[in-house]
Design a protein around this ligand. Structure first.
Ligand code: NZQ
Ligand code: ZN
Length: 389
């Protein structure tokens, strides 16, 4: 049975090669003092910075830049941004980049007018903002996280070896608009492109592998998964293929704007394991997920066998003829593993810089959730990390 839910996606999307043409009409809705948030400089090399800057100037905005937002943005960088935004009397944040820049901008949005420690309030206590928040708009340049249409904001605290995501309840933390031009993703290095593709796929898995109900959300998830597998294969061979890149972009948005989790408990344990790896290695997000996924899914498969059988047949076209349920489910995971290898994903945490001595920290840094097929204990988490080495 579908559980009760509410659904609201206030983010206005502009999709396609001419999407940026809509930026002026959106900017007019907000105040003059704009924070332009971006990463380490890719937008300067591929021309997106110049295009966006031109629109900001033409619309008469006063622009203050927060640059150098790193992949897996840190709490220290957030604190730096809070000072800049306060001094600029910011009215609006325009995030130009991938999930890191957009997440950072949401974290900034809830922190500029908060006097206390945002890490403690939003990431250790998971509280909601009571203060004024700044509206955020985005120009997406990297596909994967879905941050362009959700209220999630992941921040890393390297000193505490913690990487924590807060999914804010208040829908005004979601971007007010997002500009999605698939061409903007064409300059992504192959490593980031495939990492993002796996991030999309895993977001869908995280919501799919829970419950046994006849749930429309699962049918939507299966369609999206098939599209991601198909388009990622094409993009892997031909990265400039516009159709494949636009399908990936559109799938990423729908994979994590909460649609496919509606009415379900949802799992999210691959992300919890991956975030623990990210906190100690600073590795690329999608790769941390890829490195722990197969050991994790093999571990929980017996507890959710029926769903793994359905996954094998529907997503991977496994022929069930003459096979036990267990064999069908295993064949599905093998097909998934083969696809991951074909893309060139990192399939173990050793290659991301982790080693056996880090396992206690990894276990400590893994937040245990209870919406999936098995609530993991510490011993199981340590085993999964060992199998991921
Ligand atoms: O910093 P720049 O120079 O821009 O380079 C970035 C960065 O090095 C580069 N890049 C982005 N667009 C590019 C480009 N390079 C060339 N051409 C372009 N068009 O790609 C690198 C990675 O960017 P990043 O934003 O870090 O990647 P991603 O989008 O994967 O974001 C990762 C962050 O999002 C969080 C992750 O944990 C991680 O911190 N997540 C956010 C979620 C959410 N908001 O719901 C959910 C996800 O599961 C995830 O946890
Ligand atoms: Zn993710």
């Amino acid at each position: 049975m579908l559980g009760d839910f509410s659904y609201c996606t206030p983010t206005k999307l502009y999709f396609g090669e001419h999407a940026l043409e809509h930026l002026p009409e959106e900017l007019k809705k907000y105040g003059d003092n704009v924070i332009l948030a971006y990463g380490g400089g890719s937008i300067k090399r591929n021309g997106i910075y110049d295009d966006v800057m031109k629109v900001l100037k033409d619309t008469g905005k006063t622009v203050t830049e927060i640059s150098g937002i790193m992949p897996n943005p840190t709490v220290e960088k957030l604190k730096e941004g809070i000072q800049i935004a306060r001094e600029a009397k910011a009215d609006f944040i325009l995030a130009v980049g991938g999930g890191s820049v957009i997440d950072y901008s949401k974290a900034l949005s809830v922190s500029v007018h908060y006097d206390g420690d945002p890490w403690e309030k939003y990431y250790l206590k998971f509280e909601e903002p009571e203060c004024e928040t700044l509206p955020v708009g985005t120009v997406l340049t990297m596909v994967g996280t879905g941050s362009e249409m959700n209220s999630g904001a992941v921040i890393t605290n390297p000193d505490q070896k913690l990487k924590i995501g807060h999914v804010f309840q208040d829908e005004k933390i979601m971007p007010r608009f997002s500009i999605l031009n698939p061409r903007y993703t064409m300059t992504l290095p192959h490593y980031q492109m495939v990492s993002g593709s796996y991030d999309i796929f895993n977001h869908i898995c995280e919501q799919y592998f829970s419950g046994e109900d006849d749930n429309t959300s699962d049918y939507i998830a299966e369609g999206l998964m098939r599209s991601v597998v198909h388009s990622s294969r094409i993009a892997n061979q031909d990265p400039q293929n516009y159709e494949a890149r636009s399908n990936l972009m559109w799938s990423a948005t729908w994979a994590l704007n909460t649609l496919t989790g509606k009415g379900k408990t949802t799992d999210w344990m691959v992300h919890m394991l991956g975030q623990a790896v990210g906190a100690v290695t600073n590795a690329t997000h999608g790769m941390t997920l890829a490195a722990v996924s197969i050991p994790y899914y093999k571990h929980i498969m017996p507890y959710g066998l029926k769903k793994f059988v359905r996954f094998a047949k529907t997503v991977w076209n496994v022929d069930p003829e003459g096979k036990s349920d267990r064999e069908i489910a295993e064949a599905g995971l093998s097909a998934m593993q083969q696809w991951m290898q074909e893309l060139g994903l990192v399939m173990n945490i050793t290659d991301l810089g982790a080693d056996e001595s880090m396992i206690p920290d990894l276990v400590k840094g893994t937040i245990v959730l209870n919406g999936g097929y098995k609530v993991l204990d510490e011993k199981e988490i340590a085993e999964i990390f060992k199998e991921s080495l």
